[in-house]
Design a protein around this ligand. Structure first.
Ligand code: F6P
Length: 364
């Protein structure tokens, strides 16, 4: 693709996340106000790229969207153009239709594409970069599981929502002498559970990176009970698994690039703890509340920094990269490095150890 940049496109893909609109706003403002570029939005992620569904983005379109949840461009987590499902003779066959997207970009005169997404969306971004498209990625996900960046935008808001839920569960747990198990999202990483658990004063935090022994969790809650605290708060990451068990799958979404939807482990944990500890137990599955609504101040700022830096990378010709946050500094890394390197919680890391020092059990 030509490196003289006049017209760029922005796309949001995968599950939505607080801060998407803040990134779009920052990127559009930078592109127009600093560089005098034309900007278009690709609607509904890769589906829009396939259909050539583009919309002009100007200063008016993005006015007022900074605090808005969701994405004004819509999103989809089902459309991998490198393996696109078609039904032929009653059977689903997967075909590589990525060239359709490529031609749509060329026909629309788009010189570079900023892709705001998580692992799945950015994997296709890397594959388009390999095909010569001028791609810059922005790391989005409440799960915070993308490599090369310390923090993805959306994570801080999800942690805040989960922390507020824990505060609310505390009072009802205490009133009824119950164990309340809060299940939070995060896929195969325990970042939301760990951070919300520490911020919300949980007694136990169960994460995929540390397989738990339910008897050890029960022991900790029994000790609390013996000390007069007849209630307990347990944060369970949706990907948590016991030493002997598997992750709990709620749904298999056949036409999704990552078809597994986790969910329900908090019910299992609550039922077991009720029997072992002798306190009535309940499970709350927080679900998509963690993804919806207005971004936190931190996420608005981070999203703005990512959006601005993404456009700068485009103008510097640094394609095939994703913007990153390292410490408090903006940087970037190649999509080749980012993809396939899931960032998980280090069981020996500082925050896990801090939690353990104040008596939080991880069931290990
Ligand atoms: O990756 C973001 C995320 O919210 C995960 O935490 C969760 O496992 C998954 O997406 C849920 O996907 P869906 O919106 O398809 O139910």
């Amino acid at each position: 693709m030509d490196k003289i940049i006049k017209r760029i496109a922005i796309m949001t893909g995968g599950g939505d996340c607080p801060g998407l609109n803040a990134v779009i706003r920052a990127a559009v403002r930078t592109a127009i106000m600093k560089y005098g570029l034309e900007v278009v939005g690709v609607k509904e992620g890769y589906k829009g790229l396939y259909k050539g569904d583009f919309v002009k983005l100007d200063l008016n379109t993005i006015s007022g969207i900074l605090p808005r949840g969701g994405t004004i461009l819509y999103s989809s987590n089902k459309d991998n153009l490198f393996l696109y499902p078609f039904v032929e003779d009653g059977k689903t066959v997967l075909k590589d239709v990525s060239d359709v997207g490529l031609n749509n970009l060329k026909n629309a005169g788009i010189d570079a594409l900023i892709i705001i997404g998580g692992d799945g969306t950015l994997t296709s971004g890397r594959d388009y970069a390999r095909k010569g498209v001028n791609i810059v990625g922005v790391p989005k996900t409440i799960d915070n599981d993308l490599a090369s960046t310390d923090t993805t935008f959306g994570f801080d808001t999800a942690v805040a929502v989960a922390t507020e839920a824990l505060d609310r569960l505390h009072t009802t747990a205490e009133s009824h002498h119950r164990i309340m198990c809060l299940e939070v999202m995060g896929r195969y990483a325990g970042w939301i559970a760990l951070h919300a658990g520490v911020a919300g004063g949980a007694d136990a935090i169960l994460i995929p990176e540390i397989p738990y022994d339910i008897n050890k969790v029960a022991e900790a809650l029994l000790t609390r009970k013996d000390n007069g605290k007849e209630f307990g708060i347990v944060v369970v990451a949706e990907g948590a698994k016991s030493l002997t068990g598997e992750m709990v799958v709620n749904q298999v979404v056949e036409n999704s690039p990552d078809p597994i939807r986790l969910g329900g482990v908090a019910n299992v944990v609550a039922n077991q703890l009720e029997k072992l500890v002798g306190l009535e137990s309940r499970a709350t599955i927080l679900g998509h509340l963690q993804r919806g609504g207005s971004p936190s101040a931190f996420d608005r700022i981070l999203s703005t920094r990512y959006g601005v830096r993404a456009v700068e990378l485009v103008m510097e010709g640094k394609f095939g990269n994703m913007v990153t946050l390292k410490g408090n500094k903006m940087s970037f890394d190649t999509l080749e490095n980012v993809i396939g390197q899931e960032k998980c919680v280090d069981p020996d890391g500082e925050l896990v150890q801090t939690a353990k020092k104040i008596g939080v059990t991880f069931g290990d």
